[in-house]
Ligand binder design. Structure first.
Ligand SMILES: [Fe+2]
Ligand SMILES: [Fe+2]
Length: 443
């Protein structure tokens, strides 16, 4: 400024933060969302209630979209730099990385509901309160969306906490409370998550409570359903037909419900490969898992809509069990192979449902078909990427052959008792369907 020169005033509220200042803040938000996405995916297999297993993938898919928008925006603001490092944000990011080491499912879900999602919500609201809608309009747009997502997630998570707490012991509840308190204190000590750079906080308060995460190879399943390994007789009994007419309506809905294994597998691979593959993999795997959760919900919704109670419905584990003890690439192969190998039949099924005037089965099958075409692409893309990065890994065809062999070997272990049990469940469902069935009415 030259002495005596006069200028127009530029000290206005919206000039409070410059381009690189906001890029630093948005980068911090991205690095806090990321470990929560991975933690939610990894925990899916350890959480029993089906409502939570279906809803969490939607939550972390929304989180992944926000994290992706944050990342893209940081690159725009820092052009041409494509560097993205945790750096000075380590104190706050490490508190978010604690999420996965929760001591129990109750503690994990409570922390999402009471600490992590509210911290992100508050951070986004604070950002929006200071953001310049003119210069930084693109950030404002996606963070408004993220605020809505987080508010809805927190409300739903409150219900999920009640669900899990209903069967938890007093000790589990106390541990969950201690976990939440320790996380809150850890966050406070570093100044929380917001516009300011976090301060170093020393050892985190969670140290004595953390339980190192292990992916649950034996999945927790909702006890309200009829627990089996093989979820329809034709899987283990060549004499039992896949069926048509109302048997096809039932078989297809039971198949959709039993895509619960695909939800758990989507979570497993997102968690397993998040560190090895690019960010884009996390984004794809989040969508993939969310899609499988929608397919499961399609089946559940049709079956309950026809009047079936959960205890009348078989919930099986055999495809998931087939990959037990295998490297994670086998689970990626399972999801790619078993989910997409029947893609060609889906249109025929949709036509059959149309001929029964079963609009809802047709509708679900058509949308499922569209999702599967995306998944076929995801599977091919990421199996190729893994093979390129680790040339010693088997190629796609060998992985598919291995998946086939593993599933066939497991099916061979079916006992006569299991065959009898699943036949009884299926026949009871068919009899009920015959009572409920009505003559097709022309549209
Ligand atoms: Fe699916
Ligand atoms: Fe799929």
């Amino acid at each position: 400024m030259t002495e005596g020169e006069r200028y127009l005033p530029g000290r206005q509220d919206r000039a409070q933060y410059m381009r690189l200042d906001v890029a630093r803040v948005l980068k911090r938000f991205h690095f806090c969302e990321r470990p929560l996405i991975i933690a939610q995916a990894g925990w899916l297999s350890s959480i029993a209630p089906i409502d939570i297993k279906i809803a969490l993938p939607r939550h972390f898919w929304q989180d992944a979209l926000t994290a992706d928008a944050l990342r893209t925006r940081v690159f725009e603001l820092r052009y041409p730099s494509r560097m993205l490092e945790v750096g000075e944000d380590e104190p706050v990011v490490s508190v978010f990385e604690d999420a996965i080491d929760a001591p129990s499912a109750l503690a994990f879900v409570r922390a999402l509901e009471a600490v992590y999602k509210p911290a992100l919500l508050h951070a986004y609201q604070t950002y929006l309160a200071m953001a310049d809608d003119i210069a930084d309009g693109p950030s404002v747009r996606f963070l408004r969306m993220a605020v809505q997502d987080k508010q809805e997630q927190i409300r739903e998570l409150g219900e999920f906490v009640q669900m899990i707490a209903a069967t938890a012991s007093d000790e589990e509840k106390q541990t969950a409370q201690a976990w939440v308190d320790a996380l809150r204190e850890s966050l406070e000590r570093i100044g929380g998550l917001g516009i300011a750079t976090p301060t170093a906080g020393g050892e985190r308060k969670t140290a004595s409570l953390r339980k190192p995460f292990h992916f649950a190879e034996v999945p927790a399943r909702d006890p309200r359903f009829h627990q089996v390994r093989f979820y329809w007789p034709n899987v283990v009994d060549a004499d039992f037909p896949y069926g048509d007419g109302l048997r096809l309506q039932l078989r297809s809905a039971v198949s959709h419900l039993n895509e619960v294994w695909a939800i758990e597998t989507g979570g497993a691979i997102l968690h397993a490969f998040a560190g090895d593959l690019d960010w884009e993999f996390i984004l794809d795997a989040a969508r993939w898992t969310y899609d499988e959760a929608r397919h499961t919900k399609m089946g559940l919704d049709r079956l309950t809509g026809w009047g079936y109670r959960p205890d009348e419905l078989p919930l099986g584990t055999y495809i998931f069990d087939s990959a037990r003890g295998e490297p994670p690439v086998t689970r990626l192969g399972m999801l790619h192979y078993f989910e997409t190998k029947n893609i060609g039949k889906k249109n025929d099924r949709a036509e059959a449902f149309a001929s029964y005037n079963d609009d809802v089965s047709r509708h679900d099958m058509e949308f499922d078909w569209a999702d599967e075409t995306i998944h076929a692409h995801y599977g091919a893309k990421w199996l190729r990427a893994l093979h390129q990065k680790y040339p010693s890994l088997p190629d796609r065809d060998s992985i598919h052959e291995r998946c086939d062999a593993l599933v066939n070997a497991l099916v061979e272990t079916a006992t006569d008792d299991e065959r009898r049990e699943i036949r009884q469940i299926a026949e009871a469902m068919i009899q009920k369907a015959e009572r409920l069935a009505q003559p097709a009415t022309g549209s």
